[in-house]
Design a protein around this ligand. Structure first.
Ligand SMILES: Nc1ncnc2c1ncn2[C@@H]1O[C@H](COP(=O)(O)OP(=O)(O)OP(=O)(O)O)[C@@H](O)[C@H]1O
Length: 280
C-alpha cells in the first residue's frame, strides 16, 4: 500500500474544475473536477471513450476547454500554451510512444531538458561563461541520476528504434523526468507490456514519488496496477466523474462496477475484485 502520504489538508498541486470539452455533438468532458495532492499518485480510469485522453490533453494544454479551469500550484493555467505548462513543471508521456526513434537514448533524454532552455534574447546574451558551465554540469548530473534511477545505463548509446517496447516506455519516462517536473502525467504507462515489464514500471512509478517527491497523474487500464499504486482514483464515464476516492472506495462503488459491466470492459476489474474478496 502507498505509504508516507501527504496530509490531506495540503494545497493541491493540480486541480481541475468543471472542465467541459466537446467535439461537435460529442461531449468528451462534461464538468470534470478533481484535485491531486503533492506527492500523491492519482489514477484516472474509465471504460473506452470515457474521456480520459481528452482530460489528459486538456490538462497538458493540447486541447482548450469550452468551460472550466485547470489550476497548477494555485495558478489558473487554463489559457497557458502546452510548452509553457511543460516548462512550469507539468510533464507528460504519450499513449503511443513519442520518442525520436532514430536518435539514441541519451539524446532523447537531453531533449527533455529543452523545456528549460532560456528563450529570452536578453537572457541569452548574458548567459555566458561560468553560469553556462555550471548549468551544463547540473544538467549532466540530472541526466546521470535519471539514467541510473531507471536502470538504462547499458542502452544509453543505443538507437531507440532498436529497443524492446518496455524499454522504450522507460526512455520516454526518462525524457519526461529530464524536464524535472513537479507533476508527471503518464498516459497508459504499462499498456502493451508483459508482466515483468509492468512490475518494473510500477516500481519506477512508486520510486518517482518516493525518491523525487514528484506528483504522478496517470491514465491506465491495468486495474491491478491502478489499485495497487494509487492514493486517489478518479473514475470517468461518458465525460463525467462517476466516483472518486481511495482504491477501496471506488472498487466498492456500485456505479463503477456498473459502468465497467455496461461497457463489457469488466474483465480486469472483476478479476481484481475477486482477488481482493478472497484475500483476507
Ligand atoms: N479528436 C476527436 N474528435 C472527435 N471526437 C473525439 C476526439 N477525441 C475524442 N473524441 C470522442 O470523445 C469521447 C472521449 O474520448 P477519449 O479518447 O477522451 O476517451 P478515452 O477514455 O481516452 O478512451 P480510450 O480508453 O479508448 O482511450 C469519445 O466519444 C470519443 O469518440
Amino acid at each position: 500500500m502507498p505509504s508516507d502520504l501527504p496530509p490531506t489538508s495540503a494545497a493541491p498541486v493540480l486541480r481541475v474544475e468543471e472542465l467541459t470539452l466537446a467535439f461537435g455533438g460529442v461531449k468528451a468532458l462534461a464538468g470534470v473536477g478533481f484535485a491531486a495532492q503533492p506527492g500523491s499518485i492519482t489514477a484516472v480510469i474509465g471504460p473506452n471513450g470515457a474521456g480520459k485522453t481528452s482530460l489528459f490533453n486538456t490538462i497538458s494544454g493540447f486541447y482548450r476547454p469550452s468551460a472550466g479551469r485547470v489550476r497548477f500550484e494555485g495558478a489558473d493555467i487554463t489559457r497557458v500554451p502546452a510548452p509553457r505548462r511543460a516548462a512550469m513543471g507539468l510533464a507528460r508521456s504519450f499513449q503511443n510512444i513519442a520518442l525520436f526513434r532514430g536518435m539514441t537514448v541519451l539524446d532523447n533524454i537531453k531533449l527533455g531538458r529543452h523545456a528549460h532552455l532560456k528563450t529570452n534574447v536578453f537572457d541569452a546574451l548574458f548567459y555566458l561563461g561560468r553560469a553556462r558551465r555550471e548549468e551544463a554540469e547540473l544538467r549532466r548530473d540530472v541526466e546521470e541520476r535519471i539514467i541510473d534511477f531507471l536502470e538504462i545505463d547499458h542502452i544509453r548509446h543505443a538507437s531507440v528504434a532498436a529497443l524492446p517496447y518496455g524499454l522504450q516506455k522507460r526512455v520516454e519516462m526518462a525524457r519526461a523526468l529530464a524536464m524535472q517536473p513537479k507533476v508527471l502525467m503518464l498516459d497508459e504507462p504499462v499498456a502493451g507490456m508483459n508482466r515483468e515489464e509492468t512490475e518494473d514500471m510500477a516500481r519506477f512509478i512508486l520510486d518517482v514519488r518516493r525518491e523525487w517527491g514528484i506528483t504522478v497523474l496517470m491514465v491506465e487500464h491495468d486495474m491491478g496496477m491502478v489499485m495497487d499504486l494509487s492514493d486517489h482514483v478518479v473514475v470517468l464515464n461518458f465525460g463525467q466523474v462517476i466516483a472518486q476516492g481511495t482504491p477501496q472506495q471506488v472498487q466498492a462503488d456500485p456505479e463503477v462496477v456498473r459502468a465497467y459491466l455496461g461497457a463489457g470492459d469488466v474483465g480486469e476489474l472483476r478479476r481484481k475484485l475477486r482477488r481482493e474478496a478472497v484475500t483476507p
